[in-house]
Write a protein that binds this ligand. Structure first.
Ligand SMILES: Nc1ncnc2c1ncn2[C@@H]1O[C@H](COP(=O)(O)OP(=O)(O)OP(=O)(O)O)[C@@H](O)[C@H]1O
Length: 315
């Protein structure tokens, strides 16, 4: 095939090598992690029949899919290349683009800003457990898209913190009327005064803003459609009769408690560990350990304990 002029010779050769590796290894496809924009049409042309996933920011998604490549949305990060590849793979698995046990050939820029390296990776235990099916299986009253967006934000907060400091937070999604009837604002509410459409998590700026607000005390309350209804909320719900894994503090007891008395789903990020936990019907239903600390997704932890006396007062 004649190399398209918009990709230089080295990049074209590397892509050809990677595509032939996909064939030889019977891999599920090729994952590209470009450092910036590429001529996607040319990439498609060089790749021929090979399935190509491309890790890109939200802005480039349309151009990538328009060229017949599969976009995988990743946020820009200063993380090292191994972590960036891992994040792209997790995102691919979470969106059902790759399956457990799949082998994938990854092409990325390790030494410079140009694509220069190839790795072959088999999706092992750590990655394959994280799947959107796990979220879908929860059968909550909250639409899957809203829940997934919130979980993505929570995972990012747990992983990145803010300005180098770890951050924990509590996001309560759905049944907002009931949730707010059991909440009071701590100090002032940073989302008050904004129009509804300016507060929806479908907007990337709102997602960024939530990461900032996450640093503040109290819970963030989000409606089923993804509108941030209130932040800095102190929630008061009874914890009597609930049981949680050992070592949970008031944030996690509150998360469990509010989901017992409402149909909301609560997503708690632990400040100390970065772990994300989902609560529903007063129970812990999903746990996502932070990346870099053997990220994995597990169902309810077996060892539980009754609420501590202070939490039973509703605090
Ligand atoms: N009733 C509540 N409603 C809303 N937020 C709460 C409530 N109780 C605690 N929090 C939030 O949780 C924060 C941390 O509390 P605590 O350390 O007891 O929680 P934790 O469950 O141990 O979580 P972490 O693992 O993050 O420490 C508080 O600073 C506050 O922002």
């Amino acid at each position: 095939m004649t190399p398209p002029s918009t990709l230089n010779k080295a990049t074209t050769s590397l892509l050809e090598m990677a595509c032939s590796a996909v064939d030889q290894l019977s891999a599920a496809g090729l994952l590209l992690l470009p450092d910036g924009n590429l001529d996607w049409e040319s990439v498609r042309e060089v790749a021929g029949q090979t399935r190509v996933l491309v890790a890109v920011s939200e802005r480039q998604m349309e151009a990538v899919s328009g060229a017949g490549l599969v976009p995988v949305e990743v946020e820009a990060t200063d993380a090292g290349i191994v972590e960036r590849i891992t994040l792209a793979l997790i995102e691919s698995v979470a969106n059902d683009l790759l399956r457990s046990g799949a082998r994938i050939v990854v092409v990325y820029a390790a030494f410079d800003s140009e694509l220069d390296s190839i790795s072959t990776i088999r999706l092992g235990e750590r990655l394959e457990r994280l799947s959107s099916r796990d979220l879908r299986a929860l059968e909550t009253s909250v639409p899957f898209e809203t829940l997934k967006a919130i979980v993505d934000i929570a995972v990012a907060v747990g992983r990145e913190g803010r300005e180098g400091k770890p951050v924990g937070t509590l996001i309560v999604v759905g049944d907002t009327r009931e949730v707010l009837s059991r909440s009071r604002t701590l100090g002032f509410d940073p989302v008050k005064g904004y129009k509804r459409k300016e507060r929806n998590i479908r907007d990337a700026r709102v997602r960024e803003a939530i990461k900032e607000i996450a640093q503040l005390d109290g819970a963030i309350v989000v409606s089923r459609d993804g509108t941030v209804e209130a932040a800095c909320q102190m929630i008061d719900a009874p914890t009597a009769g609930l049981s949680l894994p050992k070592g949970m503090g008031t944030r996690h007891w509150t998360a469990a408690a509010i989901t017992k008395v409402t149909t909301a789903v609560a997503v708690a990020v632990s400040e100390s560990t970065g772990t994300v936990r989902l609560f529903q019907n007063g129970e812990l239903v999903l746990r996502i350990a932070p990346i870099g600390r053997a990220r994995a997704l597990k169902w309810t932890e077996p060892e539980t304990e009754p609420p501590p006396p202070r939490a039973e007062k509703g605090g």
